[in-house]
Design a protein around this ligand. Sequence first.
Ligand code: TRP
Length: 452
Amino acid sequence: MNDVPNPSRTPRAQWNSRTGFILAAAGSAVGLGNIWKFPYITGENGGGAFVLVYLACILVVGVPVMMAEVMLGRASRSSAVDAYRKLSDPKSKWVAFGILAVVGAFLLLSYYSTVAGWALHYTYLSLTNAIAGIDAGQAEGLFGDLTGTPLIGVGWQLAFLAITMCVVAAGVSHGIERWARIMMPGLFVLILILLGKAVTMPGWGEAMGFLFGMNWDKLTAAGVLEALGHSFFTLSLGMGSMITYGSYLRSQDDLASASLATAGADTLVALAASMVLFPIVFTFGMAPGAGPGLLFVTLPTALAQMTGGAVLSVIFFVMLVFAALTSAIAILEVIAAYVVDHHGISRVKSCVGATIVVALFGVPATASGGWFNAVDYFVSNWALPLGGLGVALFVAWRMDGALRRKEFETGSALAKFYSAWLWTLKYPVPISIAVVFLHAIGVLSWIGSLMG
Ligand code: TRP
C-alpha cells in the first residue's frame, strides 16, 4: 500500500469526447432520484410551486456546485480523496471531505441497489404479464411480497450489482462511456414514447395544472429545504462522483457548459417523468401524494387498467432500470477510481472487492426497512450536504485562483460568467447548504421550539 498516489504506469483514462462526458455525467445524475423520488416528493408537496423552487435550486445552487466538482477532478486529474490533496497540500485536512465521499458512495450504493433491484423485479413482472388486470389491493400485495420476502429482493439486488460491476470493470471508455452511449439515448427514446401516450390521456390537463399551477399556499418551509436537498441528490453532488468523472474530461473541453448541459438533461428527465406519471395517476382518479409507493403500487394499478398497459409497463420499468444502472455505475466508479489511484490495485480487482463490500452492507438494507432508512438518512442528510459544502468551500476559498480561472474559462462559452459563478460559490451556496444541513439534522426545529 503506498500513501502517495501512483499514476506512473498508464496514462489516465479519458472520455472520447465532451459528449461522452455529458452522457456519462447525465447518466450519473439521471436516476431513481428523477423517476422515483422527484415525482413522489412533488406529489407530497402539492406540485406547482414546489417544482418552481426546485428549478431555482438546481440553477442557483446545483449548477455552480457541479461546475466546482468537475473542476476539482479535472484540475487534479484525481479521484475524490487525492483531488483535495493535490490541489492543496499532502497533509491537508480537506482530505476528510474526500474520504467522506468514498464512504458515502459505499453506503449509497448499498441501498440504491435495493430499489434498483425492485425495478428489475417489476421489469420481470411486466414481461411475464403478472401485472395485467390487478387492482389496488393486489398491487399492494405484490409490493408487500417483494419487500416482505428478503430473498427475492436480495436476489435482484445482487444481480443488479453484478451488472454494475461488469460495466465499471471494463473501464472508463470501454465500459462506462460505451454503456452510457447506449443507455442514455435509449432512456430518452423510451421516455418520449411514454410522454406521447401521456399527452393523449384524459388526466393530462389536470396533471399539467398540478405540476405547473402556482399554488403557493401549499408550499412550506420544509418543502423548500426538501427541494434544495433533492437538487443535490439528483445532480449526484457531494459524493465525489462528478470529481471522478471530471478527472477524465479532456483539458480542452468546456467544463462549465458541459456541467450546465448535464444539469439540463437531468432536469428535463425529472419533469418528463412527472409528466408521464401524473396524467396516468389523475386519469384513474388516484392520489398524487402516495409517497414511495407511487411507482411500485399506484402506477402498476393504473397501468393494469389501461389498454396497452402491459407494453407501457415494460417500457417504463426498462427505462427505470437504465436510469438506475447508469447512476450505480457512477457510484461504483467513485470507489473503484479511489482504490485504483490510491492503492495501485488493478481496476478489475478493485471493482470486485468494492462490489463485495457494497453487497455486505446492502443485503441488510434490502432485508430490513429500518437499516435502509437509517443509511438513507445518513447519506442524504449528512454525507451529501457535507460533501457539497466541502467542494464549494474548497474551490471558492482554498484552491489556487489562477488555476480556477483557467479551468473555468478555457474554451468556454460561459467564460464571462466566471465572477458571478465564483461569487455564488463563495456566499449563497455555502449558506444555503448549511441551512439545509441544520434543518435535516433537526437543529432548526430545535431552535424553533426554544423560541416557543
Ligand atoms: N443522482 C442519482 C439519482 O438521481 C443519485 C445519486 C446521488 C448519485 N449521488 C450520486 C449517483 C453519486 C451517482 C453518484 O438517482
